[in-house]
Design a protein around this ligand. Structure first.
Ligand code: CUA
Length: 179
């Protein structure tokens, strides 16, 4: 059987395409540092967050030399902290977020980063991110429909120069307003 020269070229090109597609999928799955949010954050009683050692007073804690833990409670229609008072962490630091919900399913997305998870009542979503050394403000948005105020559910995270970071946790906005 004779295969025409152009047929061979097309066959070769389509094989290359298939190999290329498999290559990009493989790179996206294992090479690009993309990870799924799994169950490592554990569970929590969503009706008793006020008794929880961390979620009763959510905010920023230093847990290592340049490592911070940020606990966030999502509820209709605010992030605590994040809405009202921005979350502040030092630029260039590593931050582990622990996010949970006290009512319905919400989303937690740091716009422009791959920090992005569903926030499920009873579950703690745990995500670690390294922030660039350049100070920046990131929007936090809820991307799961959670009720009539969903479209307004947003917040802010700021990375500040380490010299300006005062370590105060941003939980004051829990009570709403200035101290
Ligand atoms: Cu919270 Cu949408």
């Amino acid at each position: 059987m004779e295969i025409h020269r152009f047929e061979k070229i097309w066959l070769g090109a389509s094989l290359l395409l298939i190999v290329g597609f498999i290559g990009t999928i493989t790179y996206g799955a294992v090479g690009a540092g993309v990870a799924m949010v799994d169950d490592s954050g554990g569970t929590v009683d969503p009706t008793a967050l006020s008794d929880h050692p961390e979620f009763s007073d959510p905010g920023v804690q230093q847990v290592g030399e340049n490592h911070y833990a940020v606990h966030v409670v999502a509820q209709q229609f605010v992030f605590q902290p994040g809405t009202g008072t921005p979350i502040e962490v030092p630029a260039g630091s590593t931050v582990t977020f622990y996010v949970t919900s006290s009512d319905v399913v919400h989303g937690f997305n740091l716009v422009g980063t791959n920090v992005n998870t569903m926030v499920i009542p009873g579950q703690v979503a745990e995500i670690t991110a390294e922030f660039p050394t350049e100070p920046r403000t990131y929007a936090i948005v809820c991307h799961e429909y959670c009720g009539s105020g969903h479209h307004e559910m947003a917040g802010e995270l700021r990375t500040v120069p380490p010299s300006e970071f005062n370590g105060t946790d941003a939980s004051a906005d829990l009570q709403g307003g200035e101290p």
